[in-house]
Design a protein around this ligand. Sequence first.
Ligand SMILES: [Zn+2]
Ligand SMILES: [Zn+2]
Ligand SMILES: [Zn+2]
Length: 253
Amino acid sequence: MIKFLGFRKRKHGDSAAGSETARHDHERRQFRAVLESINATRIPDRLKILDEFLTVELHITLADMLEFIKVGGNHDYDLEFLRETMEMFCQCGFAQKNEFETQETTYEHHHLGEHHDHFICISCGLIREFRNSRLESLQLEIASGCNFHPLQHKMEIYGLCDACLSKREKNPPLSRTAVGEKVRVVEVVGGRQFQARMTAMGLNPGVLLEVINNNPAGPFIVAVQGTRLALDADMAQSVLVSHACRHKGDEDG
Ligand SMILES: [Zn+2]
Ligand SMILES: [Zn+2]
Ligand SMILES: [Zn+2]
């Protein structure tokens, strides 16, 4: 049950709580009007789901939403009904669906006239929102310079949150690095013959690599000096690397 407390907005001692409640009442009335105008079925149930969804903070998966409603709202709905209702929220502009890479689909509130973008931690799944007016204007400026007229956009930046960055292994094997990471070979572990083979492939200490694919279902691919190399599991396990992108808090060297 504690798990779901984090999803709920603070209701007491929050100065914005009054305007938030007014906004939610407004959303509820609008949604009822839309549902009635399209002759939707089970309107009271859908409104109960909206009530629960409006108290949710940040991004929530369908499975968590189902459990959240069960625990907090005391209603038990089946997953398909919930999915259909959440899709209705999205279609009618009350919710927004996010499909971030390597994550389950999540839903969040759609506040009219507001826009934000996302940082996604590839390690723990944390989603952090950001708003930056300079970045927004820069995008418009770039588009205009390319004779392009953007109508909407999504910016998703994948990486590590502070907590995951501080726990990151200093010299992991290539097999434990992330797609898109730039790393430097520190050591190749193995017998002389194996080392010679790796050297012939260009995998020497000091060489910079970019991880192209490390999905277990597919080949492990790295880019080395402008060439794509496919490595088997043993090879990816034997090459120890250091992270080449420097971040706040990284030690030197
Ligand atoms: Zn944006
Ligand atoms: Zn994280
Ligand atoms: Zn968001």
